[in-house]
Design a protein around this ligand. Structure first.
Ligand code: BES
Ligand code: ZN
Length: 627
């Protein structure tokens, strides 16, 4: 087919038109006027009140003025009660400042607009003190009554600030493009321990007043706190784990390889810049698998499978100490620079610590998930860094930034070879340490340091196809695993009676192989066959949360009602969105059980984190609605 030059120009312009007003350096999810003021340091002084389920106290922000004409400071808040705002003068006295809280935006929360006192207008640096109380519904915080903890005797609270929830417990510039150091004084009931994404001292006396410092500058989404009946156990010289005492031994066993992971990561990616690396095991309601809060990764207890089979999540959160925490996405639209690069590093760590077969199994499962993403996500959101403004903290990208991002780096690795690609990554982390980066700046850096110096392998246009185009570009490496291929073949053979359950090499199979077997069962399997499968393998009773996830998705999709009770128990046990979201979604979309899904949710709701509640509500509202 021949296309005239004019037609090509027209097509090009049409393709660009929706992108024309998109500014990749702009964070659409903050109210903060960061071109006029930038926060450098945060000092928190907070009481943790389990009776009112609030944090109350003050924050002092140290701000640097970037624009001499600026008179107003705009901060992000969500559902905060602001009691007073003062600006600290040169003599240390606090002068009251006028302020107002602007109109609440559904996603962004409300701006806090502070007018500088006129005699301080010309200062280039200033301290702003804000007294405030959080709402009992703060989106970042979950307050757990004692009965929802492992011990059952003490309450617990924890935060989850990514992506834009820090503003629900601190008024601040809530954008990843600003980095701050922080210190905090936290008062708790005396029998409880507070930990933060800061310098936790494993030997700190338990007395209800805790002081923290985070001397490295971090973006706001990495400020984190947890308070509960927490105890510490060492894992290695610089690593350890905090958990309720009931979970401590199991955690020490499960995460025994953490010190080794840290040491390998330093060799491969560069010096670990954060001091200690500890883990915090949260109650089952923690909404994520893990969260890379610096110095202290927060983890779901659903990783405690008893066989160390799910520790890739620890490798992932640790790897964020480089991709994400050290070199940070400029805005959430560049999220693949955090999550995609981290998923790649995770697989490199897992390959060294365990073996390539295990990682290939994960790659195949990820690839299948990616294809499912492509099937339902609109094309304009399938690039790694779409040039559309979603104005939504949820990118609507599913897990594309993780899975396609990882495959992009594997593509580069394959093209240039590890002997050139590894040093590139090493210097990337060094050159952008404690900085933020946009996708466009990354592509420039890649071009200057890898594509250009090694011409004829991968072009800038090849890279841009990954960034801006739908699906998988040409040259992507499609993963394969002989174990998983075999598992899929056995699923087919078993379903037509050509193999029995005794033929499954369960002893040799990883959980991932069994998951693939479950995912590969043909659509037309009879209810009687599902019963035999469940009876033979006790899938409904499995202790492995990932096997259970795969199974209950099938149970919901195929309406295998004998397992509904256990399915309901499963979504009640965990609040981790990845585990339960797809089960709710499959149940609500099977054509019969939307009301059941809603009633299971209504029952479980009070045990979930606010972020999980919001996400399941959205899932249920969308289920059954044509995309
Ligand atoms: N940073 C993410 C968690 C996150 C993502 C929080 C987006 C808020 C918004 C964390 O590092 C993560 O990716 N966790 C994964 C585990 C990983 C092995 C894929 C999870 O929770 O499942
Ligand atoms: Zn991650």
């Amino acid at each position: 087919m021949k296309i005239s030059k004019l037609a090509m120009v027209l097509i090009f312009l049409a393709a660009c038109s929706q992108e024309i007003d998109y500014d990749p350096a702009h964070d659409y999810l903050t109210f903060a006027n960061t071109d006029q003021f930038v926060t450098r340091q945060i000092a928190l002084d907070l009481d943790v009140d389990f009776k009112t389920t609030t944090l109350a106290g003050s924050v002092v922000l140290t701000l640097q003025k970037m624009d001499p004409d600026a008179r107003e400071i705009v901060l992000d808040t969500r559902d905060l009660s602001i009691h007073s705002v003062g600006v600290v003068g040169a003599d240390g006295s606090v002068k009251p400042a006028t302020y107002r809280v602007g109109e609440r935006h559904e996603i962004k929360g409300a701006p806090l607009i502070i007018t500088l006192p006129s005699d301080l207008e010309s200062n280039t640096s200033m301290l702003v003190q804000i007294a405030y109380t959080t709402s009992a519904n703060a989106s970042a915080l979950q307050w757990l009554p004692a009965e929802l903890t492992a011990g059952g005797k003490h309450p617990m609270m924890f935060s989850q600030a990514q992506a834009i929830h820090a503003r629900s417990f601190i008024p601040l510039q809530d954008t990843p493009s600003v980095r701050v150091t922080y210190e905090a004084t936290i008062r708790t009931p005396p029998e409880l321990l507070a930990v933060m994404s800061a310098n936790n001292d494993p030997l700190t006396p338990r007395n209800g007043e805790y002081h923290f410092e985070m001397p490295q500058p971090i973006p706001s989404y990495l400020i984190a706190i947890a308070v509960g009946n927490l105890y510490f156990a060492p894992l290695g010289e610089d690593t350890g784990v905090y958990a309720e005492p009931e979970m401590l031994d199991a955690s020490v066993y499960e995460f025994a390889d953490t010190q080794d992971m840290l040491e390998i990561a330093e060799i491969k990616f560069g010096p670990y810049q954060w001091g200690r690396y500890d883990l915090l095991i949260l109650p089952p309601s923690f909404p994520y698998g893990g969260m890379e809060n610096p110095r202290l990764s927060f983890l779901t207890p659903s990783l405690l499978a008893g066989d160390r089979s799910l520790v890739a999540v620890v490798a992932h959160e640790l790897a964020h100490s480089w991709s994400g925490n050290l070199v940070t996405n400029a805005t959430w639209r560049d999220g693949w620079l955090n999550e995609g690069v981290t998923s790649y590093l995770e697989s490199r760590l897992m390959e060294i610590l365990y073996d390539k077969d295990r990682v290939d199994e994960e790659r195949v499962l990820n690839y299948e998930e990616l294809l499912q993403n492509f099937a339902v996500i609109p094309a304009e959101r399938q690039g790694l860094a779409p040039r559309i403004d979603t104005r939504d903290s949820e990118s609507g990208q599913g897990t594309i930034s993780y899975l396609k991002g990882q495959m992009f780096l594997e593509y580069l690795e394959n093209g240039f070879g590890r002997d050139r690609f590894d040093p590139f990554l090493f210097t990337y982390f060094r050159d952008f340490s404690f900085q933020t980066i946009t996708t466009e700046a990354f592509v420039d850096y890649l071009d200057a340091n890898l594509l250009g110096p090694n011409p004829g392998i991968i072009s800038r246009a090849d890279v841009e196809a990954w960034m801006y185009q739908a699906g998988l570009p040409e040259g992507a490496l499609i993963p394969s695993s002989s174990t998983l291929t075999h598992a899929a073949a056995l699923a087919g053979a078993w379903s037509v009676g050509e193999a029995t359950l005794d033929d499954l090499p369960l002893e040799d199979w990883s959980p991932q192989a069994l998951i693939h077997f479950i995912n590969s069962l043909p659509d037309d399997l009879s209810q009687e066959a599902l019963a035999r499968l469940d009876g033979g393998l006790d899938l409904s009773g499995t202790r492995n949360a990932e096997i259970a996830r795969a199974w209950f998705i099938q149970v919901a999709k195929r309406r295998y009602e004998p397992a509904y009770e256990q399915m309901a128990a499963y979504v009640n046990r965990y609040g981790r969105m990845r585990l339960i979201g797809p089960v709710y979604s499959a149940l609500a979309a099977n054509g019969h059980d939307k009301a059941l899904a809603e009633s299971i949710f209504a029952n479980a709701r009070s045990t979930y984190h606010p972020i999980t509640i919001a996400s399941i509500e959205k899932t249920l509202a969308q289920a059954g609605v044509a995309k």
